[in-house]
Design a binder for this molecule. Structure first.
Ligand SMILES: Cc1cc2nc3c(=O)[nH]c(=O)nc-3n(C[C@H](O)[C@H](O)[C@H](O)COP(=O)(O)OP(=O)(O)OC[C@H]3O[C@@H](n4cnc5c(N)ncnc54)[C@H](O)[C@@H]3O)c2cc1C
Ligand code: FES
Length: 269
């Protein structure tokens, strides 16, 4: 099991950067030194809680200066509303880093990063790391429902990656779904087969995983489904495994949240 810490940290900033979307930063050199792209933190928006069910899971979105961690989150309910009301210097209780994280590409294997909406949260950190370890230019397909939900476009452009943007209503970038870009991409003659990294809504991940399996591409998806305790205690995050040779179910908090596409039974997702 990976090393895990429980810390109370002070918020350095917590600001709205888009419609119902916030960026929160805090310092912790110890958490930053352990964190890998794809891992997550369980956060409680108070000084501390002994009740794991009161915490919420958030991906590690970015690491800066070796000691600053950032989280990108959308306000969807009670926990995220409480979080969004916190100000500079307010304490939050953090457990992590949790989960497995993304496997990095093989030498000479280009990366295709596919993000839908808040799926960009863990994939930004992954892209930061890929930039350091890869010689190929990183390709990213990023989709939002409309331009109103779009965030971080300038920061991603600053990473100097090959970025293609879609919105469902065509208000920004190409009109359509991010998965439409995958169809076009796979229709081309590919000299080097890419490894795909994806995070976003389950229907998007299902489509990507099924196409990757069919095209015999390595593909890693980060599942962000329901999670209560995040620590392997409640079994609330079970997903059905693709075959029953090994485990019948995986627990997203312990076996994931990143899975190789062929590990999951996508028919029941
Ligand atoms: C490993 C992991 C990493 C995550 N990383 C991020 C992240 O980086 N940024 C981010 O914004 N969110 C992330 N999430 C989702 C985030 O944890 C939930 O949005 C959050 O817990 C909602 O808490 P709440 O109290 O505000 O909402 P609740 O009051 O618990 O729920 C409000 C509404 O949102 C729905 N909902 C709750 N959780 C989810 C979910 N996981 N998926 C879809 N619908 C949900 C509920 O059904 C309900 O309708 C992640 C989830 C997991 C499992
Ligand atoms: S969230 Fe409780 S076991 Fe995974």
């Amino acid at each position: 099991m990976n090393k895990m810490l429980e810390e109370v940290v002070s918020i350095e900033f917590n600001r709205q950067i888009g419609k119902d979307t916030c960026l929160l930063g805090f310092r912790s050199a110890s958490l930053a030194s352990l964190a890998k792209p794809g891992q997550f933190l369980m956060i409680h928006s108070g000084r501390e809680t002994k009740d794991p069910l009161l915490r919420r899971p958030f991906s590690i979105h970015r690491i800066q200066d070796r000691n600053k961690l950032m989280m990108l989150y959308r306000i969807v309910g009670k926990g995220t509303s409480l979080l969004s009301a916190l100000k500079e210097n307010d304490p939050i209780s953090v457990i992590g880093p949790l989960g497995n994280g993304f496997a990095l590409p093989r030498p000479n294997e280009p990366s295709l990063v596919m993000a839908g909406g808040m799926g960009i949260a863990p994939l930004f950190f992954l892209t930061q790391v890929l930039k350091r370890v890869q010689k190929h230019k990183i390709k990213m397909f990023l989709g939002f429902p409309t331009s109103q939900e779009a965030v971080l476009i300038d920061q991603l452009k600053d990473l100097n990656i090959d970025l293609s943007l879609t919105t469902e209503d065509g208000s920004l970038g190409i009109k359509g779904l991010v998965t439409d870009l995958l169809d076009q991409y796979l229709g081309q003659e590919l000299t080097n087969k890419p490894v795909i990294y994806a995070c976003g809504p389950t229907p998007m991940l299902k489509k990507i995983a099924q196409k990757a399996i069919k095209s015999r591409l390595r593909c890693y998806v980060s599942l962000e489904g329901y999670m209560a305790c995040g620590l392997g205690l409640c079994q609330g995050c079970a997903v059905k495994a693709a075959n029953n040779k090994g485990k019948p179910y995986y627990y997203v908090c312990q076996d994931g949240p990143v899975f190789s596409a062929e590990m999951i039974d996508w028919e029941v997702m």
